[in-house]
Ligand binder design. Structure first.
Ligand code: F0G
Length: 459
């Protein structure tokens, strides 16, 4: 696998430092064996998230200076509206401060308590906001998405027969909305095909159900479609984006991913003035006046520029190429991962790397902790540790797979950083039996993984 060279050069640097194993063990113990508790300055390579951690371009930084801070009707707002109109073609687009703000504004307006909301797989905050609005979130990812070892082109797709069966069983009036997460973060940044989007849209619209796109990584999704869906092999990323968004009625977006900004989000509606009126009523008290929506004018300016940059095909080939390079290094060493790699990172199959650590001792978390001890790399669990106990029974819940997510910030790390990451994972795999499992000793009831304290255990 050839590394695709960076389509940029570096104008500004931020020092990072390597520490000793003893120092890292002390810091990790202090942090309660939870990498969210570490100080960033004690981390060498930070793969905790690709959200808000990308490097902005010279154009975006110039935009920060040009940002218009008018309370109402700023130039930057109109610049953003021009960009979103050209890219997505929705009737109403509202800036908000991040993705979960869009969710907070949307879900109470579309869910009647007790109704179901179905997704190809909810991201945690989206699932949380459906629940807060009184809805019942249901995940229906296709079978391939549930097996890390079986390669498939579109592992993020919705299981359409299961969706139809659910609608037949419960009745369309019990389904408030269908949410298509592109790419499908929780199953490994896996793409959704336009064909699947169209099938889901046909089912949704036949039954009069709203189709919402959770669009955080829409450009990465479009790049995969171009590579893997024959109908789109000669299409531009913009054309694929438009074909995808044409399927939806509403979209929410965390702009901290594919629009390469530190803060920002969008909520947008097509052809539904009643819903727009409801959402406007929620935006003003929660986010601020409609033309700034919780963001400074300079943030909006950088977002308008970043949305366009994120669609650049050379950039996307390099970006996803980084994950593919890391994946191929792991494959050559026999380390299993969600295959093929996703758009925003590599999801290592920690359950297979640490077979002696059972799911209730959190292999995905154990490997993430070990990566920090080994080489100062910070990653996180996407597995049973991430899942809170069942809200009704209080029983521990087992995830479909035990992943350690290596989320790749955009335009930040180089090939040699990727080699450090691969070498560290391979070294841990070679001494896998020395890696302990973990037990939670203190945790909040909801979203425990951010703040829980744990301790290593060997059963
Ligand atoms: N939807 C998806 C698919 C996401 O991945 C995220 C955030 C959100 C919504 C919420 O957006 O953070 O701007 O409020 N994902 C980050 C991650 C945090 O690390 O995967 P937000």
């Amino acid at each position: 696998m050839k590394y695709i060279p960076e389509p940029f050069k570096i104008k500004m640097v931020e020092p990072i430092r390597m520490t000793t194993p003893e120092y890292r063990r002390e810091r990790m113990a202090e942090a309660g064996w939870n990498s969210f508790g570490l100080r960033a300055e004690d981390v060498y390579i930070d793969l905790l998230t690709d959200s808000g951690t990308g490097a902005m371009s010279d154009q975006q930084w110039a935009g920060i200076m040009l940002g218009d801070e008018a309370y109402s009707g700023s130039k930057s707002y109109y610049h953003l509206m021009k960009a979103t109109d050209e890219i997505f073609g929705y009737d109403w687009v509202q800036p908000v401060h991040q993705g979960r703000a869009a969710e907070k504004v949307l879900f109470p307006s579309i869910v009647t308590p007790g109704q179901i909301v179905v997704s190809n797989t909810f991201f945690d905050t989206t699932r949380g906001h459906v629940g807060l609005a009184g809805g019942l979130p249901v995940d229906l990812v296709c079978a391939e998405g549930r097996d890390p070892a079986i390669p498939a082109d579109f592992k993020g797709n919705m299981d359409v027969p299961a969706l139809e069966a659910l609608i037949a069983e419960k009745g369309a009036d019990q389904i408030a909305a269908i949410v298509m997460t592109i790419t499908n973060n929780s199953v490994g940044g896996q793409p959704v095909s336009v064909a699947n989007m169209r099938e889901v849209a046909a089912v949704a619209h036949h039954h009069g159900i709203l189709l919402v796109i959770d669009a955080a990584r829409f450009a990465e999704n479009a790049w995969f479609v171009k590579q893997r869906e024959p109908e789109f092999k000669d299409a531009t990323i913009r054309e694929i984006t438009r074909a995808t968004f044409d399927c939806g009625d509403v979209f929410t977006m965390s702009a901290k991913k594919d629009a390469i900004v530190s803060m920002g989000g969008l909520v947008a509606v097509r052809d539904n003035p009643e819903l727009v009126a409801k959402l406007k009523g929620a935006v003003v008290p929660f986010e601020g006046f409609l033309t700034y929506g919780g963001l400074a004018g300079r943030d909006i300016e950088a977002l308008a520029i970043g949305l366009e940059e994120g669609l650049d095909e050379d950039f996307l080939a390099y970006r996803i190429g980084q994950n593919q390079y890391l994946g191929e290094r792991l494959r050559a060493a026999g380390v299993p991962f969600q295959d093929p790699v996703g758009g925003h990172g590599v999801f290592v199959d920690a359950g297979a790397v640490l077979p002696h650590v059972p799911w209730h001792r959190f292999p995905g978390h154990a490997l993430a902790v070990e990566l920090y001890l080994e080489a100062g790399i910070r990653a996180c669990d996407i597995g049973s540790y991430l899942l809170d106990p069942h809200p009704v029974t209080g029983e521990p819940q087992q995830a479909i797979a035990e992943f350690t997510r290596l989320a790749m910030p955009r335009r930040v790390y180089t090939q040699s950083h990727l080699d450090v990451i691969a070498d560290a994972i391979i070294a841990i795999r070679d001494r896998a039996e020395t890696v302990p499992g973990y037990e939670i000793i203190e945790a909040p009831k909801v979203l425990r993984h951010f703040t829980a304290r744990l301790r290593p255990v060997r059963d």
